[in-house]
Design a protein around this ligand. Sequence first.
Ligand code: C2E
Ligand code: MG
Ligand code: MG
Ligand code: MG
Length: 284
Amino acid sequence: IAKNNGRSQFSFFTRSLQEEALNRLQLSADLRNAVSGGQLRLYFQPIANLGDGLIHKAEALLRWQHPTLGLLQPDEFIGLAEESGQIRKLGNWAFAQAAQWSRKWSRHLGRTVQISINKSAIQFESNGRSMNWKAYLDRLELPHESIIVEITESVLLNASSKTADKLLELRNAGLELAIDDFGTGYSSMAYLKKYEVDYLKIDQSFINDADNEASSRTIAESMILMAHKLGLKVVAEGVETKAQRDWLRSVGCDFAQGFYYSAPLPAKEFEELLYGTRRQPSLA
Ligand code: C2E
Ligand code: MG
Ligand code: MG
Ligand code: MG
């Protein structure tokens, strides 16, 4: 049976691979118009302070409202955008939006509402004249620490001198730095010192597994201890339950982010949560 089926399965497989390649090509072409066509959306996921249970910050996450395919998630277009270099345009758009919302929310509440923004490796590698984030914040008269730049461990590990220079430039300008998905890559302590990183974001896999695996709990707790000794603050990602929240608070984790608090929300819905004009789950 296997042999008979093998042939048709093979042709089916190649046809779908071709289709897949065409779809990717089409999507990549569509992406060129996404910024100018006003199709990008920036969602915000609250980051709660475990000390007082209040929302202090948010992570900005891209979505793409595609004209025919609907609302696309990052895993459907960020990789494409990185391959084609379009991530620079998308990233600058996201940064500018994040800065404008941070200004509005900070002024309304009378305290800095930090927004963290993801930055891919190739956004550091551009040769051409790149957008000057510091100058943009100055034009908005926004304190530089309003923006936290999230990078993964691999960015630091493989950093060319150009990337290292740009990172230190951001750092010296007063923007804050966070290591995203910590624990999934080559977790080196050396670079945490070199770049004076502000936040360590524990990858959600450790938080998820914490319910069943003592080893994941031990690893997460060790990360928190280490980070604190180095003067970093810790954000736990992917917090989905009260039990996880309680455990993280009891072991001194500083901040938590995840579905327990809220999924990523459109700016206006996040704003209602932040201003307290929207019903929330019991966060305290
Ligand atoms: P990330 O930076 O690690 O973002 C966290 C992801 O975890 C988000 O997925 C978020 O929706 C999801 N998440 C949050 N809480 C929970 C939870 O409690 N449980 C579970 N299972 N998942 C949770 P999202 O929005 O699909 O983003 C995926 C990735 O896409 C991001 O991972 C980031 O690496 C990338 N990305 C998103 N926006 C941008 C951007 O503007 N620029 C760049 N370069 N990358 C971006
Ligand atoms: Mg998602
Ligand atoms: Mg992130
Ligand atoms: Mg992450």
